[in-house]
Design a protein around this ligand. Structure first.
Ligand SMILES: [Zn+2]
Length: 287
């Protein structure tokens, strides 16, 4: 069983120090996953890895098969996901190469077209999303950042935009006025689906730029992002190794693993095709 699953964003397409490597492809009712899932062990801990945009970075943020990815990870038995994402900063004190461990999300994606729920087709559920991120995982990531001596910010509001274009200067300033601290394109609907699948989910946000709010001269470009991503990916790889060493704990204080307990409204039955379709997600609630 996989102890911790990493989803790699821009700039992170493979893990280092991985032993006993296997490549697995899980069929899903939501189509193919972004790429094969790589499993192996780091420091004796069984881990999984999936590049969110594909190994060769061929998927736009809105083309990522979010439901297939989370379904496949759940099917593999993983209960914890750390998502590594490149983000822009909306605050002066959060600079390029810094790490943010966000605690809140604002959804500015065209979420329903990205497939933002496992439910529907006769099954109704409303999970709580007041605190989108797993408090346990966030604390573990903080400990690892401290150990590494990384420049990090514990807490922050991540606004997720549809993309693939970067935001306009007006939009960037609007998000700042809302209290957003960092900006990205992929944390949603990933975090929502992980919550529906009763998995712990957290984001390790690697800052690449200041978006475009900061000055008239400065603006984000794909070229700048890629350059900083390469530097960031070294930090994220060291952090991942540390995380694997720190993850092996049986102490679970968060409520992520029972998010459906009070969320499912429809009575589930084995006979229904909709129930069978998402059996790995809701299996324990079928009477
Ligand atoms: Zn949790």
């Amino acid at each position: 069983m996989i102890e911790i699953m990493f989803i790699g964003g821009s700039g992170l397409y493979e893990l280092e120090n991985l032993e006993q490597i296997e490549e697995v492809n899980i069929p899903t009712p939501f189509g193919e996953t972004s790429d094969s899932i790589i499993t192996g062990s780091v420091a004796g801990v069984k881990v999984g890895f999936m590049p969110r945009h594909g190994k060769k970075h061929t998927l736009l943020p809105n083309e990522i098969p979010y439901r297939a990815n989370i379904y496949a990870i759940k099917t593999l038995g993983a209960n914890r996901i750390v998502s590594v994402s490149a983000v822009g900063s909306l605050r002066e004190n959060i600079g390029p190469m810094d790490i943010v461990i966000p605690d809140q999300l604002i959804d500015r994606t065209a979420s329903s077209s990205r497939g933002n729920t496992f439910f529907g087709d006769g099954i109704v559920a409303h999970v709580s999303f007041a605190d989108p991120y797993c408090s346990d995982l966030r604390r573990i990531i903080r400990t690892c950042c401290q150990e590494l001596g990384a420049n990090f910010h514990y807490g922050g509001d991540l606004v997720v935009i549809e993309g693939p274009q970067f935001s306009s200067r007006s939009e960037s300033n609007l998000y700042r006025s809302w209290g957003a601290d960092i900006i990205g394109m992929t944390a949603l609907p990933e975090a929502k689906l992980a919550r529906e699948a009763e998995m712990c989910y957290s984001t390790l946000a690697m800052v690449t730029d200041y978006d475009c709010w900061r000055s008239e001269k400065e603006e984000v470009s794909a070229d700048l992002v890629i350059r900083n991503l390469k530097k960031n990916s070294l930090i994220s790889k060291s952090l991942i190794t540390l995380l694997c060493k720190n993850i092996n704990t049986d102490e679970i204080f968060c409520a992520c693993r029972k998010s459906l307990e009070k969320a499912l409204i429809t009575k589930l039955s084995f006979e229904s095709a909709s129930t069978k379709k998402i059996q790995p997600i809701i299996g324990k609630y079928i009477e």
